[in-house]
Ligand binder design. Structure first.
Ligand SMILES: Cc1cc2nc3c(=O)[nH]c(=O)nc-3n(C[C@H](O)[C@H](O)[C@H](O)COP(=O)(O)OP(=O)(O)OC[C@H]3O[C@@H](n4cnc5c(N)ncnc54)[C@H](O)[C@@H]3O)c2cc1C
Length: 398
């Protein structure tokens, strides 16, 4: 029995946003196509919401909340693998813990249809399921999770770390862990914003795969996430075209995925190529692909373009709050601060910064947002757990 019936027009960005949120949050839902431009959600108690915001859906599911305490031991920003892991360890070790997530739990991992290299899951596990299990584990230990709430500013005063959310809510804590990951790179092609959610999607589009039956799908990118997406879509789509800038896939993806792609008949790999034009009125209808060396172009009719070309952290708020970042915006921590002589940059204590500590004592970074991180689920989970160890040290010894 679905918890939600979602009526939407194929290619509607609003319907896509809701479907993506429900999928990532592991809420059982039924997708029903309708002609109207605006989506409608019907909940199991009969409540009907026309064109709801994600916040309204979160409220209806009973998940919307404000911080219940005036102060926490640790506030964690971001509920991807790093943030969820930090939440599980912090709450299970008795710390008063709050997690602030601007969208749904799971981060980038929740957009992965199947994570096959995560320890303990030999058959692989969908990112959404992994995230939902972690959410349950963290809340069972008492962590509070605020969903659909974005932190936009940080203020650090003596012993207090205050996160200010976009609606003005303040989250006060004695220590903080920034686990806000990265955001997808854009294609930088004209019309990109117009087609976002209306045929153009970022990430592997795990929530869309089953809707692509007998269609042509185009995936941009030559990394593991693009390759995973290709093998997943190939199960449903008529044809999958991978558009790769480099010379081959071999340099950029795991050997098992190279073999899988080579042996899947309906996947075509176009190397030295990039998407240069998007066509369509309301929804994406075709893409033009240009060969980078010969300039030769080819136009493919498609309603499905998935962009999997990695990402960069959005940490402007951190710079405003005085945190040291590297040239690309990643947060610099521990030994890297010391090595590069940056700890002197306002570091107020006699001791060296702890391993995952930023240049503000008691503020830590974990996972993909951190300078030098490995960009894998397992390492993000490891860093989340490790950050909690340093939080304990900071709270006990300063
Ligand atoms: C399609 C895809 C497939 C992948 N497959 C694999 C795989 O098979 N194996 C593997 O090991 N790795 C895989 N990865 C990489 C892996 O998912 C990432 O390394 C991992 O998710 C990083 O975790 P994180 O918690 O550091 O950051 P993220 O997963 O990026 O999570 C960050 C979270 O912070 C939230 N956030 C950001 N800003 C704010 C803010 N201001 N306020 C509140 N919340 C905020 C975001 O919404 C997000 O939920 C894949 C990545 C992608 C995109």
């Amino acid at each position: 029995m679905p918890a939600v019936k979602l009526y939407g027009r194929p290619g509607s960005p609003e319907a896509h946003a809701i479907r993506d949120f429900l999928y990532r949050s592991d809420v059982p839902f039924e997708w029903i196509e309708h002609e109207k431009d605006t989506p409608v959600c019907v909940f199991s108690d009969g409540t009907r919401l026309e064109n709801p915001t994600i916040r309204q859906i979160v409220e209806k599911l009973g998940w919307f909340r404000d911080p219940s305490r005036s102060e926490y031991d640790v506030a964690i920003y971001g509920a991807g693998p790093a943030g969820l892991s930090a939440a599980v360890y912090a709450a299970s070790e008795g710390l008063k813990t709050i997690v602030v997530e601007r969208w749904a739990v799971g981060g980038q991992a929740a957009s992965s249809p199947k994570i096959e290299n995560y320890l303990g899951f030999p058959q692989g596990i969908s990112g959404a399921e992994l995230a939902d299990r972690a959410r349950e584990q963290a809340t069972r230990f008492g962590a509070e999770i605020l969903l659909a709430r974005e932190s936009v500013r940080g203020e650090f005063t003596a012993g207090k770390r205050t996160g200010i959310l976009s609606d003005g809510t303040k989250v006060v804590s004695r220590s903080a862990i920034c686990a806000t990951g990265v955001e997808y790179h854009k294609l930088a092609v004209e019309g990109e914003e117009r087609f976002r959610g209306a045929g153009l999607y970022y990430g592997a589009g795990a929530s869309e795969a089953e809707l692509c039956v007998n269609d042509d799908v185009v995936i941009v990118g030559g990394g593991n996430s693009a390759a995973q997406a290709a093998t997943q879509f190939a199960r449903f789509a008529r044809r999958v075209t991978m558009v790769v800038r480099g010379e081959s896939l071999k340099e950029t993806i795991s050997a098992y995925l190279v073999d899988r792609i080579a042996s899947t008949k309906n996947i075509e790999v176009l190397t030295h190529s990039e998407v240069t034009k998007l066509h369509g009125e309301k929804c994406l209808e075709a893409v033009t692909i240009t060969h980078c060396r010969t300039g030769e172009t080819r136009t493919i009719k498609t309603h499905w373009l998935f962009v999997c070309i990695g990402g960069a952290p959005h940490t402007e708020w951190a710079a405003e709050a005085g945190l040291v970042r590297d040239e690309a915006g990643y947060l610099v921590t521990g030994p890297d601060l010391v090595l590069e002589g940056r700890a002197r940059n306002g570091w107020p204590l006699d001791r060296a910064p702890y391993y995952l500590e930023t240049n503000v004592p008691g503020v830590f970074a974990a996972g993909d947002v951190r300078h030098g991180s490995v960009k894998r689920c397992a390492s993000a989970v490891g860093e989340g757990a490790m950050a909690v160890t340093f939080v304990h040290r900071y709270l006990s010894h300063g």
